[in-house]
Design a protein around this ligand. Structure first.
Ligand code: XMP
Length: 606
């Protein structure tokens, strides 16, 4: 089936995925396109949405893109930067100024199909420094905005040319704070573009089964099955299309898995009837040997990736299945983020897109039946395919596993810039009645789409969640060089943090596995497991006040696609229980909860 589809032009940041997801919720396929894609790529769509951008339209930043798209006879809808670009292209004027930020009222001044079914005043969400000051011939203002009851009028907050079917809004319809944003998107996608809502997971199963059969022919597929949601749904779909005989599954225990994980994964494949050719290799020792003595986070990541490829190639040869197609559970954002485009996040390369795999893709030897889907769609598909709820809603777990959650150190303290940072942190923490200590180590974060490697801060003291999150936010804003804040759950005020030499060892991993297991059990027991997107647990090799060797960090987050995240709250009873169970584990020096949003932190610590 050929689906009606919308192209979402990605001018940067987080906007494009959010817009795409919102369109797909209407059961219409939306795909991300880059601004400089050739014009042919745009022709097949029923409409185009131009996203927002951190760039400034008034200064002509990002102004070299495929402008012929404006000549296509397709409806176009621009949000924020996209709105300004539309105005500019049709001889309007964009100025630097008229900044608005936050909740704003939109006063609709003319009837337009884009605002069908809306009231005369709508709450919308703004975040811009440039403004449309004039529109060209054929365009008209269909709404202005006002920030606050006594705010000044901001003209051209919404513009349209009904003839050309061009629409622009200064605000962001894709965010939930624009209360009727989804209605506006629906008006465009279903009404103006006339897309048929055929993008359903039921249809997807039928189409993929057909496509897999065509693609694989009489061959077989060899799938690396980690046991995560994506690879399990892939296995189930391949099994449905090809039958269990032509599907080989390989599960590798890299020694960086959770407690009992490999056993559970194998059991669940057996329960699904996919064990006809189920292979298992315990490569823990090989991974641990390769990681021995390695401290640097990126090197650890590379070693884990390379070792994995080595093990998988060797096993494939040993099993005589190296000629089979390679199946992968790659999902849509993975294919975009390592896309190598100008705006792609370069924080890290996804393991499904390392050079060996890229080469196999180029040779047509890789099959990725979920590569059009977002995580939420994969989960819907999993449910339709009859997978257990427990499995479908399992928290995402990174490819390099606990390897990126076990921080390593050569034992030396990193106090770069402490003379400046420490007093600033203490001053801000005191405003909130808290104590603030800067840790003499670093963790990974992301600022303005770039990787950062900076000091975490530990806050101690009693405070409400609101105060803690606000204190963390103020520290990130006011103190350069800090990308993470954690809250001390152990009580008291720690005075000395002594880095301890520590690498990736089985003992440390076993401790991390135990802590992780206790926390996950706690989340389930208190009924909060499913509302939390993910909850990494980290061990940081720090002796606190001369005690123990490992600071435990619990990092529960709320998120939708893992591209941004907010720190989650845990029930106080659970915190109390964890304090009692974790602090008595041998080697544990302290216990803390991560208060960091993404950005400026990443979800994982490395
Ligand atoms: P970050 O730490 O970048 O994580 O905020 C975003 C999401 O990606 C997961 N993650 C990975 N997944 N291989 C993976 O398969 C990796 O190397 C990797 N690094 C991070 C992380 O758990 C979160 O869901």
């Amino acid at each position: 089936m050929k689906h009606d589809a919308i192209a979402v032009i990605d001018f940067g940041g987080q906007y494009a995925h959010l817009i795409t997801t919102k369109v797909r919720r209407l059961r219409v396929l939306a795909e991300i396109r880059q601004p400089e894609d050739p014009i042919e790529k745009f022709r097949e769509y029923k409409g185009i949405i131009i996203s927002g951008s951190p760039a400034l339209s008034s200064f002509g930043e990002e102004s070299t893109y495929t402008k012929e798209l404006y000549d296509l006879p397709l409806p176009i809808f621009g949000f924020c930067f996209g709105h300004q670009e539309i105005a500019k292209h049709y001889r309007g004027k964009v100025i630097h100024g008229g900044r608005e930020w936050g909740h704003t009222e939109l006063y609709i001044t003319a009837a337009s199909p884009i605002f069908k079914g809306l009231g005369p005043v709508e709450q919308v969400w703004m975040s811009h420094n440039d403004s449309v000051a004039e529109v060209g011939r054929g365009f008209k203002e269909i709404g202005y905005s006002k920030l606050g009851a006594d705010g000044t009028v901001h003209r051209f907050a919404a513009i349209a040319s009904e003839n050309l079917r061009r629409y622009g809004v200064q605000f962001h319809p894709e965010v939930d704070d624009t209360l009727n944003g989804e209605k506006m998107i629906a008006n465009f996608v279903l009404g103006i573009c006339g897309c048929a809502p055929t993008w359903t997971m039921g249809n997807y199963i039928d189409e993929q089964v057909r496509r897999i059969r065509e693609r694989v022919g009489n061959d077989s597929v060899f799938l690396l099955a980690s046991g995560g949601v994506d690879s399990t749904v892939t296995a189930k779909l391949l099994g449905l299309a090809l039958g269990p005989d032509r599907l080989h599954l390989l599960h590798v225990d890299n020694g960086l898995m959770r407690k009992d994980e490999s056993r559970k994964v194998l059991e669940s494949f057996r329960a699904m009837g996919l064990d006809k050719n189920l292979h298992f290799v315990d490569a823990s020792e090989e991974f641990l040997a390769a990681l021995a003595g390695v401290i640097d986070p990126e090197r650890k990541r590379t070693i884990i990736g390379d070792t994995f490829i080595r093990v998988f190639e060797r096993e494939a040869r040993r099993l005589g299945i190296e000629d089979h197609l390679l199946g992968q559970g790659t999902i849509y954002p993975d294919t975009i983020e390592t896309g190598g485009t100008k705006r792609a996040d370069t924080i890290k390369t996804h393991h499904n897109r390392v050079p060996v795999i890229e080469e196999m893709i180029a040779q047509g030897r890789v099959i990725e039946p979920l590569s059009d889907l977002y995580k939420v769609e994969v989960r819907e598909l999993g449910e339709l395919l009859g997978l257990d709820r427990e499995l479908v809603w399992k928290h995402p777990f990174p490819g390099p596993g606990l390897g990126v959650r076990l921080l390593c150190s050569d034992g030396s303290a990193d106090r770069t810039d402490f003379e400046r940072i420490v007093p600033e942190v203490k001053r801000v923490a005191a405003i909130y009645g808290l104590e603030g200590e800067v840790l003499p180590i670093r963790s990974v974060g992301v600022k303005a789409d770039l990787r950062s490697y900076e000091h975490p801060v530990m806050l101690s003291g009693k405070a409400s969640w609101e105060t803690l999150f606000e204190a963390a936010g103020t520290i990130f804003r006011e103190v350069a060089g800090i990308n993470r804040c954690i809250w001390n759950l152990a009580g008291g005020r720690p005075r000395a943090f002594i880095p301890v030499a520590a690498g990736v060892t089985k003992d440390r991993l076993d401790l991390l596995r135990e802590v992780d297991h206790l926390v996950m059990e706690g989340l389930r027991r208190h009924g909060v497991y499913y509302e939390i997107w993910q909850c990494p647990i980290c061990l940081v090799p720090l002796a606190i006040d001369g005690k123990g060797r490992e600071l435990v960090v619990i990092r529960p987050i709320y998120s939708e696609r893992a591209m941004t995240a907010a720190p989650a709250r845990l029930p106080q009873v659970l915190i109390k229980e964890l304090r009692a169970s974790l602090l008595k584990l041998p080697g544990v020096s302290g216990l803390s909860l991560d208060l960091t949003s993404k950005p400026p932190g990443t979800i994982e610590w490395e």
